[in-house]
Design a protein around this ligand. Structure first.
Ligand code: FAD
Length: 306
């Protein structure tokens, strides 16, 4: 026990600030069974009143219709604000513009604008469509010309694998803000210092939009670690150690995953962070538990709206 316990400031996460805001990311379902799981997760998480729920856009536009159908249904049900991810890969400007126009007509007001990756995946060289938007900045400007959408973009606290340096990456984020981005959502990270140092650098460079940390609860350590390697997100040894020996024990793995993610978000709350974007992997339970720890409770009046 500390000799002078009064010296220690109370952790903000102990008192649960009332201004926590969350958003949830899903991917469009491929099968009827996956669709059922997705909507079960959406219905479980919606009463937590997220700022928005976003739906990703598959590589090279491969999920165009499914993304649109999911986002349009969210907009129609009107319980949660939807956000549609959109990339400029392999599509002419006219096609992209028609998608954007369709979203506006469906009542969608928020787009997560990305350059995206070529069909061959992350790491393959991006070549713009000859008649397409050549970069995320061009896409943002194009969307803004169509209608006054709220626009979120990506941010990379450990730099994007294609960028020459973190500074060059920050310059690029600056260009996205100048093009009209209202918010950035980060690639996932596991050491809070990485995000906090990055945030400090962005603020010092005059980038003042919200930089929302992307939180990845580890449903599957091996899979996430493999993806992290390609995406340039570091996986610390202490994290690998925590999941060691659990490959064939999904139940314990999930408890450990919840603990790890809870420790991360509560640590960020202690540093003044109030907004969180969760990569849900279309599953509600871990994210729901973490949100509960953050002080979020279901608003029961939602039942009347269902
Ligand atoms: P950008 O931010 O446009 O570029 C990434 C980096 O590359 C820049 O920071 C810059 O350093 C460098 N760069 C790029 N273009 C130039 C240029 N012209 N000049 C100089 N430097 C340049 N992918 C999907 O396919 N679908 C999704 O729905 C999806 N959602 C995502 C959501 C989030 C929150 C994040 C973080 C990523 C998501 N991605 C998604 C992944 C993303 O498409 C890939 O990381 C892709 O490689 C880059 O797209 P971007 O918009 O992040 O790139």
């Amino acid at each position: 026990m500390s000799e002078n316990p009064t010296c220690e400031l109370p952790r903000a996460s102990r008192t649960l600030p009332s201004d926590i805001r969350v958003s949830f990311e899903f991917f469009p379902p491929k099968t009827v069974a996956m669709e059922a799981m997705l909507w079960e997760s959406i219905n479980r998480l919606a009463p937590l009143r997220p700022s928005f729920m976003s739906v990703t856009y598959g590589a090279a536009g491969s999920t165009r219709e499914r993304t649109h159908a999911t986002v349009a249904r969210l907009a129609k049900e009107g319980v949660v604000k939807p956000a549609a991810h959109l990339t400029c890969v392999d599509a002419a400007r006219g096609e992209i513009d028609a998608i954007v126009q369709g979203y506006w007509e469906a009542g969608v007001r928020h787009i997560i604008a990305l350059r995206g990756d070529p069909q061959e995946g992350l790491g393959a060289k991006f070549c713009p469509h000859p008649d397409g938007y050549e970069s995320s900045c061009a896409l943002i400007a194009g969307i803004k010309r169509i209608a006054d959408f709220e626009i979120s973009v990506s941010a990379y606290p450990e730099r994007h694998p294609e960028s020459l340096s973190l500074d060059a990456d920050i310059d690029f984020l600056r260009a996205k803000v100048d093009a009209g981005a209202n918010r950035a959502i980060t690639q996932f990270f596991f050491e809070n210092e990485i995000y906090l140092n990055y945030l400090e650098k962005l603020r010092a460079r005059g980038i003042d939009i919200p930089i929302v940390p992307g939180i990845m609860p580890m449903q599957n350590f091996k899979q996430t670690a493999g993806f992290a390697k390609k995406a340039g997100a570091s996986v610390p040894q202490w994290l690998a150690d925590r999941f060691e020996g659990l490959d064939d024990d999904p139940q314990t793995r999930r408890l450990v995953a919840a603990t790890v993610a809870a420790e991360q978000v509560l640590g960020l709350v202690d540093h003044g962070v109030r907004d969180f974007h969760f990569y849900t992997n279309n599953r509600a339970d871990l994210v729901y538990a973490i949100c509960h720890l953050l002080g979020l409770r279901p608003r029961l009046e939602l039942k009347a709206a269902e």
